[in-house]
Design a protein around this ligand. Structure first.
Ligand SMILES: Nc1ncnc2c1ncn2[C@@H]1O[C@@H]2COP(=O)(O)O[C@H]2[C@H]1O
Ligand SMILES: Nc1ncnc2c1ncn2[C@@H]1O[C@@H]2COP(=O)(O)O[C@H]2[C@H]1O
Length: 398
């Protein structure tokens, strides 16, 4: 809860800002966390008014969807900022050591889903106390490096990475344990420390279909917590597993503000990518959540013909070319130019074949990378258009 005093000061400040037509950047009477909160509340107020104006003027389509997504994303940022404000005044700074529990080998079945998968406002407790599960230094370092490798944690500040590491709890489960069930509410995010888990969804024939395998050092169960949605798949331990689990409250408190920042950062770029123009603002936000940015120098190979490939790329800055090897001693043949907003590397994912061409950075080039899992989950609506372009390649393919 916001203290009454702070609530009163923020309300008065926003009222004065409304009267003067803008929020001052100085905000002398607030500390750093409070300043963030005030600015976010001000932006949320503006976004809500914008949405209301659109709705009352009868606007439909992309503009309304984009405005709704802005409101949702700002609500999430406000919740995260509230938690920082509460944390800095009480609760979060105070460590509450928790003894490691000897894992629930069979996680309890949760209440069934009541809503379809959507990016609803995330309802989290605004006052969350810091969880600290004692760990040896080696475990902490390993967990921190595993988190830094994961796209969803890549924008989380270092101090929050430490807090996340503290909050992970060890769990053990026997082979064939159902770790989470599709449709249930999500209570935890997991990292596989040792062992292997499989993710299943229902197949068209009514059985279950394996959609991916989670190996050591990989995470599972983030979607329900990121999007406040029911579990999107059933996850079963294939072998006995040692897992690290992170509670929903800590995940949302420490990860959602970074996610919202990243969505803002990529929003304009993704809106301008032609192949993604079919996606709604909500779907674009999900694409932003899974993208990993990487720089390549001019002349560097982004893709090498013949390699196995499990990622596709969008150019955010710079340019690249596709070339085809023409055989020993013969110069390679240029196939295509790529510049900002173009994509490549989809062919190996669609056809399950090695890379059909080289892609080489012409100038220093920033690409956004999406892995196969995310490609399958998020880019379904674009597949038809991509498949049409593949026909254009055909002239060059063996
Ligand atoms: N294609 C996929 N669709 C849905 N969930 C997936 C997929 N691949 C892996 N998963 C994982 O399975 C998890 C099931 O629970 P969540 O929806 O919380 O998060 C999900 C992802 O971590
Ligand atoms: N004529 C072409 N033939 C094959 N791939 C091409 C061609 N032109 C561009 N490409 C891109 O180059 C990429 C190389 O990796 P992929 O085969 O995964 O996907 C390929 C396409 O995105």
């Amino acid at each position: 809860m916001l203290g009454f005093n702070l609530f009163g000061r923020i309300s008065k400040f926003l009222f004065d800002s409304r009267a003067s037509g803008g929020v001052s950047s100085h905000l002398p009477e607030f500390n750093e966390h409070e300043k963030d909160l005030v600015k976010l509340l001000h932006n949320l107020e503006r976004s809500r008014s914008h949405l209301q104006r659109l709705e009352s003027s009868g606007s439909k389509g992309d503009m309304v969807i984009t405005a709704q997504a802005d409101v949702i994303s700002l609500q999430q940022e406000v919740i995260a900022a509230l938690q920082h404000v509460n944390g800095s005044s009480h609760g979060h700074e105070k460590e509450e050591p928790v003894q490691p529990t000897n894992v629930s080998a069979h996680p309890r079945r949760r209440r069934g889903a009541v809503s379809s998968e959507s990016m609803g406002p995330v309802l989290v407790s605004a006052s969350i106390s810091k969880v600290v599960i004692p760990k040896v230094e080696q475990e902490k370092q390993k967990l921190a490096s595993v988190l830094k490798e994961m796209v969803i944690f890549s924008d989380v500040h270092d101090e929050d990475i430490h807090a996340l590491v503290d909050a992970f709890a060890p769990e053990w489960c026997a082979a064939e344990t159902v770790i989470m069930r599709k449709g249930d509410m999500g209570d935890k995010f997991y990292i596989v420390d040792k062992g292997v888990c499989d993710c299943f969804v229902a197949s068209a024939e009514g059985g279950s279909m394996l959609i991916c395998t989670v190996t050591e050092g990989k995470g599972v169960g983030e979607l329900a917590l990121l999007y406040n949605a029911p579990r999107a798949a059933t996850v079963v331990a294939r072998t006995d597993c040692y897992l690290w689990s992170l509670d929903r409250g800590t995940f949302q408190c420490l990860v959602l503000s970074a996610t919202a920042r990243r969505r803002r950062q990529y929003k304009e770029f993704l809106r301008g990518v032609p192949i993604l123009s079919n996606l709604t603002a909500e779907e674009l936000a999900k694409v932003a959540d899974v993208m990993e940015a990487k720089w390549f120098e001019g002349g560097e190979y982004i893709i090498e013909q013949g390699e196995d490939g499990d990622t596709m790329f969008f150019i955010e800055e710079g340019s690249a070319i596709a070339t085809k090897n023409a055989g020993p001693g013969r110069p390679s043949k240029k196939l295509m130019d790529f510049s900002k907003g173009d994509y490549f590397g989809e062919l190996a994912l669609i056809r399950n074949e090695p890379r059909a061409a080289n892609v080489i950075a012409v100038s220093r080039c920033k690409v956004c990378i999406i892995d196969k899992q995310a490609f399958v989950r998020l880019l379904g609506p674009c597949l038809e258009i991509m498949s049409r372009r593949i026909h254009l390649y055909e002239a060059f393919l063996d």
